[in-house]
Design a protein around this ligand. Structure first.
Ligand code: PTJ
Length: 244
């Protein structure tokens, strides 16, 4: 276990890297996940490593959307499982969502390792291992999902997702919430609610919003979702990156 001093100016960034490294060592995160992490870090640096006001609005809208859902699913890949396992379990509890492991580079070993890791962090029911349905339009392994999970969900959170899969899920008519630090990436551009923020900050903030909204009426939740402007969120993030 590496000790990272909390007063280090790059504490959060070092912690994130360390979690990804550990994820690879435990067989949770893929080697491509290391590249994805590096890409994400560079965008986070340009965003000032903090949640933009427009991202906070997106996180509020996402929390409302998850609470409104009939059947919401939080999709987990090797990076998400390494970075925010306990935080995802808390978000699932606060919103009543299911958790499903869904990998871009699917192997049975990694599916199992991630499901075990999530259970160690308090997840009771981890979906994704049944894989009895397919997302239309995707190659066999990449399209595998649970019939009672992502396949039948109305709202899905797909963090750090590949563009093709984000598009295929949108074509199935799902309301997609995407977390991705790159505002130009295809996945957030496909999403009903794009969240341009580091997943390390985004997930706990969504949970805090969901808890604040626990007693809100359907009308109040719907008004929050209606007021959300996806184009503005994407533009503000791009603007923050280009005009530093
Ligand atoms: O575990 P698997 O097999 O499902 O694979 C997961 C990865 C992430 C490797 C796979 O989905 C992939 O290759 O994704 P991409 O196409 O590299 O896209 C990942 C996106 O997430 C990029 O746009 C990154 O900028 C972004 N990203 C990386 N780290 C973070 C992030 N966004 C938010 N928070 C992060 N910490």
């Amino acid at each position: 276990e590496v000790e990272i001093p909390e007063d280090h100016p790059r504490y959060q960034s070092l912690l994130t890297r360390h979690r990804i490294e550990e994820g690879v060592e435990k067989g949770i995160t893929s080697k491509q996940g290391l590249i994805a992490e590096g890409r994400g870090e560079s965008f986070d640096y340009l965003l000032g490593e903090e949640t933009l006001p427009s991202a906070d609005e997106a996180e509020l809208a996402a929390a409302a959307q998850l609470l409104l859902a009939e059947h919401a699913v939080l999709s987990m890949n090797g990076n998400v499982a390494a970075l925010v396992p306990g935080e995802i379990v808390e978000l699932a509890e606060a919103t009543g969502a299911d958790i499903e492991v869904n990998l871009f580079n699917r192997t049975e070993e990694r599916m199992q390792a991630i499901a075990d890791h999530l259970r160690e962090h308090g997840a009771e029911n981890v979906k994704g291992l049944t894989a009895d349905a397919r997302i239309p339009g995707l190659e066999h392994e990449r399209g595998k999902v649970d019939e009672e999970g992502i396949y039948s969900a109305d709202v899905v959170l797909v963090p750090l997702e590949d563009g093709d899969r984000a598009e295929a899920l949108a074509e199935m008519g799902k309301t997609e919430i995407v977390i991705d630090l790159n505002p130009l990436s295809r996945s957030p551009r496909t999403a009903a609610i794009p969240i341009i923020d580091n997943i390390m900050r985004a997930v706990p903030n969504m949970t805090a919003h969901a808890r604040d909204l626990a007693d809100a009426s359907r009308e109040e939740l719907e008004a929050i979702v209606e007021a959300f402007d996806r184009e503005k969120t994407l533009e503000e993030a791009e603007h923050a990156i280009r005009d530093v």
